[in-house]
Design a protein around this ligand. Structure first.
Ligand code: B16
Ligand code: MG
Length: 229
């Protein structure tokens, strides 16, 4: 089946706000009397706000009521949004603008390639507006449209469906272990952005979108399929 859809994760692929999430969650944890490390923060990538809070509280050995958890998640999000509000198009990750330019202008042998965002963040639209990329996607699936966090494939299955495509016609761009797993469970080709030592389930891994063109990616999918992936 030809590739006609690209499904992009947001955080860690288009922009990187992991450090903002870390600062805000750490501020909350410190107020509760414990700390979280940078390494621990890595395990929260691609995980929804409430699931992240539950993991952090378990890490700190705390159990709180649902009302208190909602209060904490709301406060964390306010701190996070203060940092997001300072974002500009300069925060788009290296290689992204060139890759999108390439994508829109290229005349692909197997027909046009449309693209969707597949993020579990409820702030995805706001972030895309801040960096000036809200109009670059044909569909936007974010945390307000899904009930299951990655590694559940829902976010990418909905992205493919909104593009009117079969999952096998799509490539997912992901920086997180949970996101790569979601792509594979959804039946898509997974392009990992990061390190092959971490993204072990990905079909192909590049350090950033600076390191691959649309043509190279489509050729890599064909090669991978040719050898039975
Ligand atoms: P929010 P992605 C994810 O975005 C982040 O990787 C993850 O760290 C965060 O907890 C999650 O969004 C929820 O974000 O609090 O803004 O709803 O990688 O799926 O684009
Ligand atoms: Mg991500």
């Amino acid at each position: 089946m030809p590739i006609n859809g690209f499904l992009f994760d947001l955080d860690g692929v288009i922009v990187d706000t992991a450090v903002f999430h870390y600062q805000a969650w750490r501020r909350m944890a410190n107020q509760l009397g414990f700390d979280i490390s940078h390494e621990f923060n890595e395990t929260l990538k691609g995980i929804s706000r409430m699931d992240s809070l539950n993991l952090i509280l378990a890490h700190g050995g705390m159990s709180l009521s649902d009302d208190r958890k909602l209060e904490l998640a709301t406060q964390k999000n306010e701190w996070y949004l203060e940092l997001v509000s300072q974002m500009t198009p300069d925060d788009i990750l290296p290689g992204v603008t060139g890759f999108f330019h390439d994508l829109k202008k290229a005349d692909h042998a197997d027909g046009p390639i449309t693209c969707a965002l597949g993020s579990v963040s409820k702030n995805a639209r706001l972030i895309l507006e801040r960096v000036g990329m809200i109009n670059d996607f044909d569909a936007i699936i974010d945390g307000t449209k899904i009930t299951n966090s990655k590694p559940h494939p829902e976010v990418f299955l909905k992205g493919a469906a909104e593009l009117g495509l079969d999952p096998a016609q799509c490539v997912v761009f992901e920086d997180a272990v949970a996101g790569v797993e979601a792509a594979k469970r959804g039946g898509m080709f997974a392009l990992g952005i990061g390190s092959p030592d971490v993204l072990t389930q990905a079909d192909l891994v590049v350090p950033s979108l600076e390191h691959i063109t649309v043509t190279e990616l489509l050729a890599a999918v064909e090669r991978a399929r040719g050898i039975g992936y």
